[in-house]
Design a protein around this ligand. Structure first.
Ligand code: HEM
Ligand SMILES: [Ca+2]
Length: 734
């Protein structure tokens, strides 16, 4: 605690001060005040309020120190109240801050990050800066050079990476050896563009550039359609696999109370945007009349760097940013440990008497599904959302099954690894992460953004690629809060079929959303029948239409007063992005090499005239258009199912997660040429065959079967993964 003198935080000078030019070294100014020189030695045109003279006279280390303490105490009191009111989620299966790396004494990193934002706000107020949306860059530059005291910073100065040179860590820590925390769980999303907050620091964008309020998120959502049309070029397995990839790389957890439990007590009256995002609902709303608002907890915060500097509000990604199957293996050590049997490298599973294929293990506690019982439990995995729908659960089951199959085969190929739990687990995981990355980059991404864009952003010309330690392997906030929220593709009706591919029936999203019952449906083959159906069901087109169940009736429930409560994924996505400080669509046009529009008509280079006109009906000015809505209205790139700005953001994202991942499977030195060849030869089709009891699967499981272009193949003819290159006699890398 901070009430003892010896533990008082003392603010430190930024390490960048040592690089500060003349005036500082001459001791002419307050050493504590950051100068307006950037890392390349260029002068930043700070506004008056941040000038060294003014700031120097008002800010001293002791001012900051007492500010920090006061704010910390205030926040802790507030959170203690939340804890009393918090009746909601059980945190057992939702988050474990025991990841330890981000825990400081009794404070969690998210809380300290939030206090840092409060301190930043207060400092700016003391300095008398006029706060507005355009000041962000200056403020951030100024504040970034003031660091929290060492004993408060959640990051160790030099974490020990010696165990993670050869193998991935669970959290992602030590992937980048120069910046060891980069891309690790519970660190901030990065940004493609500076944040856009109303006050330059933390308040959601709420104003049109013309000064009036922006249209409300729900009002915008109501302008989107509810009549999706099918796109026959991909199927629902492609869509569900997309969700699986998203859950590997993105998890925005809610602000937590003082006990690290996500808060649940947001109400229509919650005006504190640091804690809650409140989406207003009009009294005459066609689906939510009488429901004043949709209130959701804000995302937990994190520091944007590894030295805990002040600065604009940043959001935390609770998962390891890398594509590393963290959905299956966990993003924290505690979760990862809990998912293992502890012998021979195996992952825990739940056996089913009627099938040789297991399910993910059942969890004893937790609310990841609403209908779990003692005998039919909700499932546990590396990501708390694996029960979001049962197809997703099915994909999780596939990877758990694959892990245990591969572990057995590896033990045969490497008798010297026999009974070595650590090596068998790590090496099976290494191969499966490679298979998942190969499927993601070769099979999934080109369908989403088109072959041309996939190649332009993530392609390489050789058998191998090269790691670029200077490229951050991180998730961008713009991708997490907007571009990758591909909810327009989501279906609401899912086919179930038998292992022979015969139709059983169709079930609604609401029957498989956060429910486990059908996974235990022995007569109809559990999750495998849903996986089977997903191979045949078309996906919905990437457009401005959303199925009712997630558009106007998400999480439908009846409260104690008997009133229906509903949510809306479109409205939440828009408001979430505003909460996360994501700039508008127009800014990203410019980032992606398109001209910045000054009138709505200028949008017609990326969208139809009708869609540009529709945006003009909704918004007052092209600058106001929310990113999520702008990209929703774009024409698709050739061969892809999203538009150019979307493809640019997603392409950049996957570029970073490839070249910025030291362990990416294609990078030189990760596998021997023969091993890499075995991974490349292992098709998505055969992976599907080996991990379900389905007897026939089409050549490309992400597209509906077609006699001519995508024929069904017999699973019995699928060669098993080639483990020969792993044999002792084939000189492995490990
Ligand atoms: C089956 C239907 C689905 C449902 C019911 C669903 C529901 C949700 C919900 C409720 C959220 C949280 C929104 C928030 O509070 O900000 C969310 C977030 C998200 N969804 Fe979905 N989703 C579905 C499918 C998908 C698919 C297919 C994709 C992509 C291919 C996707 C991508 C995302 C992403 C990237 C996020 C942000 C996650 C985060 O920041 O933690 N979702 N979804
Ligand atoms: Ca991950």
């Amino acid at each position: 605690q901070f009430n003892q003198a010896q533990q008082m935080p003392s603010f430190q000078q930024s390490s960048s001060f040592s690089r500060m030019p003349n005036s500082m070294e001459n001791g002419q100014s307050n050493q504590f005040i950051p100068q307006n020189i950037n890392n390349n030695g260029f002068r930043i045109p700070y506004p008056q309020c941040l000038s060294t003279d003014i700031a120097g006279s008002l800010l001293t280390p002791s001012t900051l120190q007492s500010l920090f303490e006061t704010k910390l105490q205030q926040e802790e009191r507030k959170l203690a109240n939340e804890r009393v009111r918090n009746t909601g989620l059980n945190n057992n299966d939702i988050m474990d801050f025991d990841a330890a790396q981000l825990r400081v004494g009794t404070h969690n990193g998210a809380l300290v990050a939030r206090v840092a934002t409060k301190v930043s706000q207060e400092l700016v107020a003391i300095l008398g800066c006029e706060t507005n949306a355009t000041i962000t860059q200056y403020l951030d530059h100024f504040l970034k050079r003031i660091h929290l005291p060492g004993n408060t910073c959640v990051f160790a100065a030099n974490p020990d990476c010696s165990n993670f040179i050869n193998h991935r860590s669970i959290t992602g820590v030590c992937n980048n050896l120069q910046r060891p925390y980069e891309g690790s769980a519970q660190t901030a999303y990065s940004r493609l563009l500076p944040a856009a907050y109303d006050d330059g620091l933390s308040k959601p964008r709420s104003q049109s550039v013309l000064g009036e309020p922006l249209p409300s998120c729900r009002q915008i959502s109501l302008s989107m359609g509810s009549k999706p049309v099918f796109d026959t070029s991909y199927n629902n397995f492609f869509v569900a696999y997309g969700q699986f990839i998203m859950h590997d790389i993105i998890l925005s957890l809610p602000v937590t109370d003082s006990g690290s439990t996500p808060i649940s007590s947001c109400s229509c009256e919650s005006q504190d945007s640091d804690m809650c995002t409140v989406v207003d609902v009009a009294p005459n709303d066609p689906f939510m009349a009488g429901q004043q608002c949709m209130a959701t907890p804000a995302t937990a915060q994190a520091f944007s760097d590894q030295v805990c500097s002040l600065g604009v509000k940043e959001q935390m990604n609770a998962n390891s940013h890398y594509i590393d199957l963290s959905v299956t293996y966990g993003s924290t050590r505690l979760t990862a440990h809990g998912l293992r049997t502890g012998t021979n490298g195996f992952l825990k599973t739940a056996k089913r008497p009627w099938s040789k294929f297991d399910l993910p293990p059942g969890q004893r506690e937790g609310k990841s599904c609403v209908d779990g019982t003692d005998s039919e439990r909700c499932f546990a995995g590396g990501d708390s959302r694996l029960m979001e729908n049962l197809i997703l659960t099915g994909i999780q089951a596939q990877w758990v099954r694959a892990h245990n199959i591969f572990t057995v085969e590896l033990a045969k190929a490497r008798p010297d690894w026999k009974n070595d739990d650590f090596l068998l687990y790590e090496e099976a995981k290494r191969i499966l992460v490679a298979v998942h990355q190969r499927i993601t980059y070769d099979d999934w991404l080109p369908i989403l953004i088109g072959k041309e864009a996939a190649n332009r952003f993530t392609g390489d010309n050789g058998v191998t690629s090269r790691y670029d330690p200077s490229m951050p392997g991180v998730v961008f906030n713009e991708a997490a809060a907007a571009a990758l929220r591909l909810h327009t593709l989501v279906r609401d009706l899912f086919t179930r079929c038998t292992p022979k591919g015969e139709l059983i029936d169709q079930v609604w999203l609401r029957d498989v959303n956060a429910k486990c019952k059908l996974a235990y449906d022995a007569k109809n083959n559990g999750v495998d029948s849903l996986l089977c159906g997903s191979l045949f069901d078309y996906g919905f087109a990437g457009d401005t239409n959303y199925v009712q169940d997630i558009h106007h009736r998400l999480f439908e429930s009846v409260n104690r007063q008997g009133e229906i409560r509903r949510n809306d994924i479109v409205a939440i996505n828009i408001c979430r992005a505003r909460e996360h400080g994501i700039p508008g669509y127009n800014a990203f046009r410019e980032l992606c090499g398109l001209p910045r529009a000054s009138q709505f008509q200028d949008f017609t280079d990326t969208m139809s005239f009708e869609n540009a006109a529709k945006l003009k009906m909704i918004y007052k000015h092209p600058e106001d258009v929310d990113l999520f809505i702008g990209i929703n209205h774009e024409n698709h790139v050739p061969g892809g199912l999203v538009g150019p700005v979307s493809a640019c953001i997603i392409g950049t994202q996957f570029r970073h997660l490839k070249y910025g991942d030291r362990h990416f499977y294609k990078h030189e030195g990760q596998f021997t040429p023969a091993q890499l060849d075995a991974i490349n030869r292992y098709s998505n089709q055969c992976f599907f065959c080996h991990t379900t009891d389905i007897e026939k699967v089409q050549a490309n499981p992400f597209q509906p079967p077609n006699d001519q272009t995508n024929p069904l193949g017999l699973c019995s003819q699928c060669p098993i993964f080639d483990f020969k290159p792993w044999r002792v006699d084939s000189r492995t890398m490990s």
